[in-house]
Design a protein around this ligand. Structure first.
Ligand SMILES: Cc1cc2nc3c(=O)[nH]c(=O)nc-3n(C[C@H](O)[C@H](O)[C@H](O)COP(=O)(O)O)c2cc1C
Length: 379
C-alpha cells in the first residue's frame, strides 16, 4: 500500500499497484443489482454494509460505488425500495475502513453544490483522501417528481451539471471569498474551508451514456464508467471503447480511466454457477421490477412491439440490469477479468446476489489468480 499522501496520482491509483481495480457496486440498495425474488437476495441493511466494507477492505478490494436511488422500482420485492443515502453511507464506511476508496453518488439537481462540496470534504477528511464522487444528473422521472423538481431537457441537465461541478471545484480550490455568476447559479461571497484532504480533491466519476454525458465526463472526470455489453467477445471489444475514449480526452488535454460494471456468480463448477445464475436471474426474476425499470425509460408493451419488449425484458434480467454477467468457476472469471484488463479497462464495479455470502469466495479464489496473471498486485 502506498502512503496516503492523497496526491491526485495516488488517489487515481486508489493507493495501490493493482492494474485492474475491483470494487463493489450497488451495495447500498436492497437487492443490489439483481432484480430477483430469491430469499437470500441482498438486504442493504447497515450492519450488512458495514461487515461487507470491512471484509472488502481487509481483502484488498479497491472501491465501493453506491447507487443514488430515492424510491423503488416496484415488483414483488419493490426492487431498490430500501436504499441508504450514499454520502452519509460513504462517511460511515470511510470511518470504519483503512484502505478502500468509497464513492458517494450525488444527483446534481437535488443537492446544492456548496453543500455537496462540503459534505464530500468532510467524507474525504474522515477517509484521509479516500472519498470519491459519482455525479449523476438523474433519469427517473418519478424520482424527481417526489422532490417537486422538474427535470430539465436532457442535454441541459449536463449544462447544469457543468456549472454545478465548477462551483464544487471553486469551493475545493479557491482561497478566501468568491462570487460565482452563471446561468444556473449566482453565488455571492461564497467561502468553503477546509479544502479536501491533502489539498487535492476527491476522485470524480460519471457514467453518462449519451454524447452529452460522455462529453461531461471527458471534460471533468478521472473515471468514466461504460457498459461492456452482454457477450464474452464484447469484453475484448472494450479495447476500442477504451482507446477511443482516452484519445477523445487527450484531445482536451485530459487523462481519463475507463471502468465498467458486472455481476459475479462464482462457484466451484461451471454447472453449479450456470444453474444458480438461471435460478436467480431468470427463474426467480422479479419481472414486475424489471417492467418498472423499463417503464421509467418509457419502454412498455404499448410503446414498442411485444416481441421486442419481451427481448428487452430478458436482456435486462440476464445482464443484471446492465452489466456483463461473469458466471462460472474461479478460473473462468479470472480469465474474463484478465481479458478486460488487457483491453485497457482500468477497473470494474461488481455486484453479487448476496455480497456477504459470496465476496469471500471471490476474494480467496479469483484475486490470487488475477495476481498470478499480473493484473493485480499480490495481497
Ligand atoms: C456505473 C453506473 C452508475 C450509475 N449510478 C447512477 C446512480 O447512482 N443514480 C442515477 O440516477 N443514475 C446512475 N447511473 C445512470 C447514469 O448516470 C446515466 O444517467 C445513464 O447512464 C444515462 O446516461 P445519460 O445521462 O448520458 O443519458 C449510473 C450508470 C452507471 C453505468
Amino acid at each position: 500500500m502506498l502512503a496516503p499522501t492523497a496526491s491526485m496520482k495516488d488517489r487515481i491509483a486508489m493507493y495501490n499497484d493493482n492494474a485492474l481495480k475491483i470494487g463493489l457496486f450497488g451495495v447500498n440498495c436492497s437487492s443490489g443489482r439483481t432484480a430477483t425474488k430469491v430469499p437470500e437476495r441482498w438486504s442493504a441493511s447497515w450492519p450488512d454494509c458495514l461487515a461487507l466494507a470491512r471484509m472488502a477492505d481487509q481483502a484488498g478490494l479497491d472501491f465501493m460505488l453506491p447507487i443514488a436511488r430515492w424510491k423503488g422500482y416496484g415488483g414483488e420485492t419493490d426492487f431498490h425500495g430500501r436504499t441508504l443515502e450514499t454520502i452519509t453511507w460513504a462517511v460511515g464506511l470511510l470511518g470504519a475502513t483503512k484502505r478502500i476508496t468509497v464513492f458517494g453518488t450525488v444527483h446534481a439537481p437535488l443537492f446544492h453544490p456548496l453543500i455537496a462540496a462540503k459534505e464530500f470534504v468532510t467524507a474525504d477528511h474522515i477517509g484521509e483522501g479516500r472519498a470519491g464522487v459519482n455525479i449523476v444528473v438523474g433519469w427517473n422521472e418519478g424520482e424527481f417528481e417526489m422532490f417537486g423538481v422538474k427535470q430539465r431537457e436532457h442535454d441541459m441537465r449536463y449544462d447544469y451539471a457543468q456549472e454545478w461541478i465548477d462551483v464544487v471545484m471553486q469551493a475545493w480550490t479557491r482561497d478566501g471569498t468568491f462570487d460565482y455568476e452563471g446561468r444556473f447559479f449566482e453565488l455571492k461571497g461564497a467561502r468553503a474551508y477546509p479544502k479536501p484532504y491533502g489539498d487535492t480533491r476527491p476522485l470524480l466519476m460519471n457514467a453518462g451514456a449519451s454524447s452529452a454525458g460522455q462529453a461531461f465526463a471527458l471534460r471533468n472526470c478521472d473515471a468514466f464508467f461504460v457498459a461492456t455489453g452482454g457477450t464474452r467477445t464484447s469484453l475484448a471489444g472494450s479495447a476500442t471503447i477504451v482507446s477511443d475514449t482516452k484519445a477523445a480526452a487527450r484531445k482536451l488535454g485530459r487523462d481519463i480511466e475507463i471502468f465498467t460494471v458486472g455481476q459475479v456468480i462464482c462457484l466451484p463448477t461451471q454447472k453449479e454457477a450456470e444453474y444458480y445464475y438461471r435460478h436467480v436471474n431468470i427463474e426467480n426474476a422479479d419481472w414486475g421490477a424489471i417492467d418498472g425499470m423499463l417503464k421509467n425509460r418509457n419502454i412498455t408493451p404499448q410503446t414498442i412491439p411485444s416481441e421486442e419488449y419481451d427481448a428487452k425484458r430478458r436482456y435486462f434480467a440476464s445482464n443484471a440490469i446492465g452489466g456483463y454477467p461473469f458466471v462460472g468457476t474461479p478460473d473462468r472469471i479470472a480469465e474474463e477479468l484478465e481479458i478486460l484488463s488487457r483491453a485497457g479497462v482500468r477497473g470494474i464495479g461488481l455486484s453479487f446476489v448476496n455480497y456477504l455470502n459470496e465476496v469471500p469466495y471471490f476474494c480467496d479464489e479469483v484475486l490470487p489468480r488475477l495476481a498470478r496473471a499480473g493484473v493485480r498486485a499480490k495481497h
